[in-house]
Design a protein around this ligand. Structure first.
Ligand SMILES: Cc1cc2nc3c(=O)[nH]c(=O)nc-3n(C[C@H](O)[C@H](O)[C@H](O)COP(=O)(O)O)c2cc1C
Length: 209
């Protein structure tokens, strides 16, 4: 598969492994077996797996800048951040997913899972996961084209992105849960962003069966 990444990564950025376009689990199997997973093993997720689920959520897939999830008028309001606790090949910290460069930009170094858990009304799944994906939105991008209609579009898009992430995680044997219950300001402060946060998605390994 040809690469279409346009923006080069900075010196400190972590270039992610190329996501795979072929898997061993069918879309039907992933849809059927996806369940919310809230209890995780203390085993690391690999950087290849992280790259795969970020790509499924918001990866760029062609020269026209189209991404893996649909977007109203291709205005693409969604951004992804990753709170890394236990990922092989990555230091603990908070990263921004640069979909164009297929890379991660480190924003903060250190442990943040407990802070995110507290902000998420003390949900254990958040702290026990190997990583949390933070799905945020810049509403103004979609509002500039669709005005007041944009609000519903952005929420719908967040759902598409969350579903892609959960199905991809399922297909590669990882567990995840969509978390919508959190105090917005506390998550924004922890990540260090001003835009709205819509989902927190804990991801990790779990005992199946
Ligand atoms: C918008 C939304 C918000 C949710 N928020 C939470 C949450 O804060 N914590 C949680 O553990 N699960 C949360 N869930 C997961 C649901 O509880 C779960 O999808 C539901 O119980 C159905 O189970 P299943 O995902 O295994 O099919 C949320 C799901 C959605 C779609």
């Amino acid at each position: 598969m040809q690469k279409f990444f346009k923006i080069k990564s900075g010196d400190e950025d972590v270039v992610l492994p190329e996501p795979k376009r072929v898997g061993s689990v069918s879309i039907e199997e992933a849809i059927e077996s996806r369940r919310s997973v809230r209890t995780f093993e203390k085993k690391p997720v690999t950087i290849e797996e992280l790259s795969q689920i970020l790509w499924a959520g918001q990866g760029e897939i062609n020269e026209a800048g189209k991404r893996t999830a649909p977007s109203a008028g291709a205005t693409y309001p969604i951004e992804l951040y990753v709170v890394v606790a236990n990922v092989n090949g990555l230091k603990q910290g908070i990263y921004y997913y640069n979909y164009e460069a297929n890379s991660l930009k480190i924003l903060k170094k250190g442990k943040f899972a407990r802070q995110i858990r507290k902000a998420a009304l003390d949900q254990e799944s958040v702290e026990n996961a190997s990583l949390n994906i933070i799905v945020s939105a810049q509403f103004s991008r979609t509002e500039s084209r669709y005005g007041s209609r944009a609000k519903r579009y952005v929420f719908m898009e967040c759902g598409h992105v969350g579903q892609n992430i959960q199905l991809q995680a399922t297909a590669i044997g990882l567990g995840s849960v969509i978390v919508g219950a959190f105090r917005d300001d506390e998550i924004k402060e922890a990540i260090g962003i001003k835009e709205d946060v819509l989902y927190v998605i804990p991801v990790g390994r779990y005992k199946s069966g």
